[in-house]
Design a protein around this ligand. Sequence first.
Ligand code: PXG
Length: 465
Amino acid sequence: MKHDSTTASASHSSLQQTDARFHLHPFSNATRLNNKGARVITHADGVYIWDDQGNKILDGMAGLWCVNLGYGREELAAVAEQQMRTLPYYNTFFQTTHGPVAQLAEAIASVTPGDLNRIFFASSGSEAIDTLMRLTRHYWAIKGKPWRNILISRDNAYHGSTIGGTSLGGMSGMHQQGGPLVPNIERIRQPYWYGEGGDQSEEAFGLTAARALEEKILAVGPDNVAAFVAEPIQGAGGVIVPPASYWPEIQRICRQYDILLAVDEVICGFGRTGNWFGSDTFNIQPDIISMAKGLSSGYLPIAAVAVGDRISNALMEHDNDFNHGFTYSGHPVAAAVALKTIEIMKTEGIVEQVRDSTGPYFQKALRESLSDHPLVGQIDGVGLVAGIALVQDKATKTLFPSSLDIGMICRDHCFANGLIMRAVGSRMVLSPPLIISKTEINELCQKIRTCLDLTLTSAQQAGAL
Ligand code: PXG
């Protein structure tokens, strides 16, 4: 039966019904969601979003880790409109280019670390990751070693949900669906000291977790490995900040065995950790990085891969095409919005503000207001990204039994009390817009405290405490 959208009224329940009937949501249990009805978001401004029930909600997640400049930026809307009127689309395949894409490539190169100065465009982080996977393998083929194609990543990593991203990531729930997965991918443990460090000091555990890479390389043979791929801080994995000893050791191992170091900056890029890239914060020297999300502040879908000299020189020397690209690689409207985003970040000094002012303030405020809470086992984070481990027993770091989904209970209390804070298992994660003010950070912390109290009461009522 053909559906006539013009007959659909925009009332709350009718929108929910339309959504339930026709819309398949990402990462959702369709039956459960449809029985409940999706929350309808109507508009947004600054760090706040509103639903159609009139609730004003503090967005502690910047959408999905992306609306870094906050909502309601007129300059971004204006630039999109202007570009749509001038050149809404043209491709970059047929030996053609256009102003926005060439200028954006230059603007990205001006902020990327080291020699990462050649930019390939895509529309999503997952596409960027697929590009990075193909490019690192292709590099070794150009170098005459096509067998050198094993990619090593980590348990609990998130690299997107295309077949490439799913295969590369370390999310077991995703691996169970839609396979078989892409072959020749190996994984090592994650550097989660609070959860997995046992009796080791943080520093010692960082080395142990990094040396898992060396063990894996030796197990599969160094001459078979193309690249190690990792996020500077695991975002969707629960904001896992590695010990300070971790990245220098990873860097040493990659150099020693001549393994390409590929860093997934989709969440950490564009100021989230108080520098342009997470690689700057952790002093990583990658050969290639992926980026998306904050690149356009989430206003339009655009992603990129920045390639360093080692790979780009090989591509230049090679006489063949790299047979890869997307219809929307370097889409002019998305590129114009991303270019404006970078310009605003520079003129408003957003990265410096996060590094010197709001980032440290946020980290301190979270610890001062929440550390003593009975549910809070650990608070971790850098800049404007943080993870809070919820535990049943602080002294022993004991988690709640899985029958009590403490993260979901907390998330629902947040939703009901004007706050978006995401749950990753029993870790609560935060990634507010980078323009958040200190006053808004105070409000955020107060709301979290209230919601943790409500979560504590729920746990007590469930007999778990
Ligand atoms: N790499 C990383 C590090 C990511 O965080 C991707 C790649 C894929 O990007 P796209 O644009 O294809 O989604 C991501 C995306 C969550 C959540 O719930 C996180 C992401 C996406 C959706 C949900 O935390 N990260």
